[in-house]
Design a protein around this ligand. Structure first.
Ligand code: FES
Ligand code: FES
Length: 162
């Protein structure tokens, strides 16, 4: 079947088998390999992307659900348009050493960006709770939590033009 959706700001039409998972579609058909697959039980969150602005585990979503939707992946995150800069959350992960192997990072960052939409600042407990669906094997989470708190603050400062 054919599906059409907006992928990282661009109109996209692809031919897919109806049973294709969005994570597979991204990685194998569209060559957007930032979205990772770390499990087969919907636990790890390495595959998180935004569907119509909400974080979803793309290993748990079938491609036909994309028809008419808007999808954002880690490759579509960016800083101020035209600036060639990192998104504030990406910058915060770099600054706070919120990654090691980097495998969980795309999903962590996408989840973190979604968390920032709800509140201008988050407590450590709120960040830890918000990241419950994302597993990391390397960092022990502490620097990820610091990254997210800092990234949320930076996103809101940027939105206010500070
Ligand atoms: S690959 Fe999607 S939750 Fe693990
Ligand atoms: S940085 Fe390696 S799994 Fe998180």
């Amino acid at each position: 079947m054919q599906i059409s959706f907006t992928l990282n700001g661009r109109p996209t039409t692809v031919e897919v088998e109806p049973a294709t998972l969005v994570a597979e579609l991204l990685r194998e058909q569209l060559n957007l390999t930032g979205t990772h697959i770390g499990c087969d039980t919907s636990q790890c969150g390495a595959c998180v992307v935004h569907l119509n602005g909400l974080p979803v585990k793309s290993c748990t979503l079938l491609a036909p659900a994309l028809d008419g939707a808007t999808l954002l992946t880690i490759e579509g995150l960016q800083g101020a348009p035209g600036s060639n800069r990192l998104h504030p959350m990406q910058e915060a992960f770099r600054e706070n050493h919120g990654l090691q192997c980097g495998f969980c990072t795309p999903g962590m960052v996408m989840t973190a960006v979604a968390l920032a939409k709800d509140k201008p600042s988050l407590t450590e407990a709120e960040v830890r709770h918000g990241l419950e669906g994302n597993i990391c094997r390397c960092t022990g989470y502490q620097n990820i939590v610091l990254s997210v708190m800092s990234g949320v603050a930076a996103m809101h400062a940027a939105a206010k033009g500070e």
